[in-house]
Design a protein around this ligand. Sequence first.
Ligand SMILES: [Zn+2]
Length: 336
Amino acid sequence: MKPEALLHSRPEGLYCPPGNFFIDPVRPVERALITHAHADHARAGHAAVLATRETLDIMRLRYGGDFTKSKQVAELGERIDLGGVAVSFYPAGHVLGSAQIAVEAKGLRIVASGDYKRHPDATCAPFEPVTCDVFITEATFGLPVFVHPDPESEARRLAESLRQFPERAHIVGAYSLGKAQRLISLMRSVGHDAPILIHGALAKISRYYQGRGIKLGKLEPATVEGIAGTRGAGQIIVAPPSVLGDRWTRRFADPLSVFASGWMRIRQRARQRGVELPLILSDHGDWNELTRTIRETGASEVWVTHGREEAIVRWCAINGIAARPLHLVGYEDEAE
Ligand SMILES: [Zn+2]
């Protein structure tokens, strides 16, 4: 069986003809297998959705109970038969509930990894390499220049800033699913025990993480109580990145703008957004993680979904691995 007969790209997304399903389709389809709940991968309106328990729960929190007609939970490692195709989910280490999806038929195994990382993250299960013939990888940070620093050292930089500027409110822009909770968890791991204030947009998902046993410590709503001039002074306030530089931040004492993102590796991006303290914290693999992972899967062929495909494709060629870009549309990496 040719790999393309088992999975190939269509305008809706990656399609498996024998199993008649799509992986992370960007348009409504009959049957969708979803790797994780980020909005560009998990859309509402599919007739049937197969995903991990957490991904289904987060989709419900975001889209409401009627986001699909039929839901099926995929347990990690379980083999599910779809029209003679065996599918199984394995942890991807990206956000809570994130999974790679292995698709197997007639002795051929393709793994669609969705988004993934290998750096430690206490808020989700760690990535598990799965041996396969074809490995489908993202390439958000697929350039050798991207080497992410140790996450705890980035958290310590924020703790240090709080000590240095106790009169200023530290507003941390972080994507509301995954990054925000990981940042909070990291601050706890470096000894920051004080309550952390959170923007309303983060409340439901953070509560859900806590309900799944992820320790985030004491979280309080970032409301307008307290005296205007000192509100949030010396405190961490976590909010969606869109509020940075926005009027919303002016309710706090002399707001200091922090942004937690893999893109903060690029100084110009931090400057453009007026970020005073850029923290390099990524939920996507850096160059070393991507290349190490490709090796560990033992795949003889690699398909690259989105990001900076060229360098990864070239690296594969040099290392004797057949590779090509898939040119899938509809996936974003800005939100990272
Ligand atoms: Zn994602």
